[in-house]
Design a protein around this ligand. Structure first.
Ligand code: ADQ
Length: 462
C-alpha cells in the first residue's frame, strides 16, 4: 500500500513529541499523527560521519520516524549558514541581517543531496512525498536527479518574498527553478503564492495555465495557498481543563485582579518583540490609567542562539525590558514579565485563557499559530481580544475578528491595546464567535486534506 512520506529539516524526538516550541513540528504532528506514514529528517544531533552512521528509527503515534545526524561542517553550512543566516532573514524581509557565502550554499545543496540519497532507500514507487520548509527547497531536484519519479509536494511555512527582496539572495534563480521540480508548491497565503508565480512567469518565462499550473519542460507544477490551521475545539477543551491548575492559580495570585496582556513566541527578530515592548510602554505613557492595573507577560524561549542576529535580539530585549521596568515598576507592580523559558503547550493554552489580550505582532510571519491558538483557548462566554500584526499570514483570515495593527507603528499599537483592554463584552463575543467559526472551517485537517488532494496527479489537459 502506498504511504505518505513527510520530509522536514527537523524531526522531533519521541520523548519531546508535542512540547516542542516550533510551528512546523506542532502543525505536522497535529495533522498527521493519526495516520500511517514515515517522517524523515534530521534528529538534531551533530556527529562525525553521519552518512556512515545510518538511520535511527522510532515511532511517534502511528508515524514511523527515520532520522540522520549532521556533521559539524554540514550543520555550519546548511543549517546555521544558508538556511538560517541567508534564507530565513531574507524570507522575512530582513535583508540587513542576511549574509551570503557560496561555501554555505554548496553545503546546503550537499545536505539536500545526501538526505535525498538516504530517502531513496525508504521510498516505494507509489508513495507520496511531502517536503516541508526552506531548508529543503532543492530536495526534489536532488531526488529527481537520482531517478525518483514519485509525486513530491513542497510546503513553505515562512513567507515567500517579493522579487526585489528575493533577488538579494544570489542563487535566487536556482532556488525558484528547484521549486519547479516539485509537483505541487504550497504557500501560507495568496500573496506568497503570487510572489512565487510572479517570479516564475516574469523571470523564468514559464507559462501559467488558467488554473494556476506552471508548465516547465518536464512537468506541470501546481501552485496554491494552504493556510495552516489548528484544532480549535481540542485547544478549547485543553485550555478549559487546565484553567484551574496550580500554574494558573499562581499566575492569577501574582496578578491580584490586574488585567493581563500575553505574548508567546520563539525568541526571533522576525517576531517584533522590541517594538511590542515599546508599544506597551507607550500605552502606559498615553493612558496612565492602566498603570498598576495591567501587566504584560512575554514568554520567549531562545531559539537558534548560535546564529548571529539571535544573540543580538536577546540582548536588545533584555535591555528594553529592564529599561521599561526600571522606569515604571512600583512596590506592588512589575509592568513587564519577560520569561526566557518554554512551557508545555497545555500550560500555554491555560495562560492564554487567563489573559484579556493576546498581543501577536510579528514584523513578518508565514502564518503565526500562536494567534490562532490564543483565540481558540478563550472562554467562549468571556473571551479576550486578539491584537494582530497585518504582516502575519493569520491576518488574512482573522482581519474581521482581531484588531489589526502595523507593528512599525508604536502609537497605533498602544491605541489598539487600550481599545482591546476596554472592549465591551458584546463586541468581544461577536469577534470571538466569528474567528472561532473561521478556525473551525480552516482547521489543520483541512490544510492537510486540501494539500494532499492537490498533490494527486493532475487530469491530463485537453
Ligand atoms: P514558528 O515561527 O515557530 O513557526 P508559530 O506559528 O507561532 O511560529 O508556531 C509556534 C508554535 O510553537 C505554536 O504552536 C506555539 O504554541 C509553540 N510555541 C511558541 N512559543 C512557545 C513557547 N515559548 N513555549 C512553548 N511553545 C511555544 C513557523 C513559521 C510560522 C508558521 C508555522 C507553522 O515561522 O509563520 O505559522 O511555522 O506553519
Amino acid at each position: 500500500m502506498s504511504k505518505l512520506v513527510i520530509v522536514s529539516n527537523r524531526v522531533p524526538s519521541a520523548a519531546v513529541g508535542r512540547s516542542s516550541a516550533g510551528g512546523l513540528a506542532v502543525g505536522v504532528l497535529d495533522a498527521l499523527k493519526r495516520q500511517d506514514g514515515l517522517w524523515f529528517g534530521w534528529n538534531g544531533k551533530i556527529e562525525e560521519n553521519p552518512a556512515e552512521a545510518g538511520l535511527s528509527t522510532y515511532r511517534i503515534g502511528r508515524l514511523d520516524c527515520a532520522t540522520t545526524s549532521l556533521s559539524r561542517e554540514e550543520y555550519d553550512a546548511y543549517y546555521r549558514g544558508f538556511s538560517n543566516g541567508t534564507l530565513w532573514p531574507a524570507f522575512h524581509y530582513r535583508v540587513d541581517l542576511a549574509r551570503y557565502a557560496s561555501r554555505e550554499y554548496a553545503g546546503y545543496i550537499a545536505v539536500n543531496e545526501r538526505m535525498a540519497s538516504m530517502l531513496m532507500e525508504l521510498v516505494d514507487e507509489d508513495d507520496r512525498i511531502w517536503v516541508h520548509d526552506y531548508h529543503l527547497i532543492p530536495f526534489a531536484r536532488a531526488c529527481r536527479r537520482k531517478g525518483l519519479r514519485n509525486r513530491i509536494g513542497f510546503f513553505l511555512h515562512t513567507p515567500f518574498p517579493s522579487e526585489g527582496v528575493l533577488r538579494t539572495i544570489p542563487p535566487h534563480r536556482e532556488l525558484v527553478e528547484a521549486l519547479c521540480d516539485y509537483d505541487l508548491v504550497g504557500f501560507q497565503t495568496r500573496g506568497d503564492a503570487q510572489a512565487f508565480l510572479d517570479y516564475a512567469t516574469r523571470r523564468l518565462g514559464l507559462p501559467l495555465d488558467a488554473d494556476g499550473v506552471l508548465r516547465t519542460r518536464s512537468r506541470r507544477v501546481r501552485v496554491g495557498h494552504y493556510p495552516i490551521g489548528i484544532l480549535p475545539d481540542e485547544i478549547q477543551n485543553k485550555s478549559k481543563a487546565r484553567s484551574r491548575s496550580k500554574l494558573v492559580t499562581t499566575l492569577k495570585q501574582g496578578l491580584q485582579e490586574r488585567k493581563l496582556i500575553i505574548s508567546v513566541d520563539r525568541l526571533d527578530y522576525s517576531k517584533g518583540l522590541v517594538e511590542r515592548f515599546n508599544a506597551f510602554e507607550r500605552l502606559l505613557e498615553t493612558y496612565p490609567s492602566h498603570c498598576g492595573r495591567v501587566s504584560f507577560l512575554q514568554i520567549a524561549p531562545p531559539s537558534r542562539s548560535d546564529v548571529e542576529g539571535y544573540r543580538h535580539i536577546r540582548r536588545q530585549l533584555e535591555s528594553t525590558a529592564g529599561h521599561i521596568n526600571g522606569r515604571w515598576t512600583e512596590l506592588s507592580w512589575t509592568p513587564i514579565r519577560y520569561m526566557n523559558r518554554a512551557y508545555d503547550r497545555a500550560a500555554l493554552l491555560s495562560f492564554f485563557r487567563a489573559s484579556q489580550v493576546g498581543f501577536v505582532t510579528p514584523l513578518r510571519d508565514g502564518m503565526n499559530l500562536v494567534a490562532k491558538e490564543y483565540v481558540a483557548a478563550q472562554a467562549p462566554e468571556d473571551p479576550g481580544v486578539l491584537v494582530l500584526s497585518e504582516f502575519a499570514g493569520a491576518a488574512d483570515e482573522l482581519a474581521d475578528g482581531a484588531i489589526i495593527v502595523n507593528p512599525y507603528d508604536i502609537e497605533a499599537m498602544a491605541c489598539a491595546l487600550h481599545r482591546a483592554l476596554n472592549m465591551p463584552l458584546p463586541e468581544r463575543l461577536e469577534r470571538h464567535g466569528h474567528m472561532m467559526q473561521l478556525l473551525r472551517d480552516n482547521s489543520i485537517r483541512q490544510w492537510r486534506d486540501h494539500f494532499l488532494a492537490d498533490l494527486e496527479p493532475l487530469a491530463v489537459a485537453a
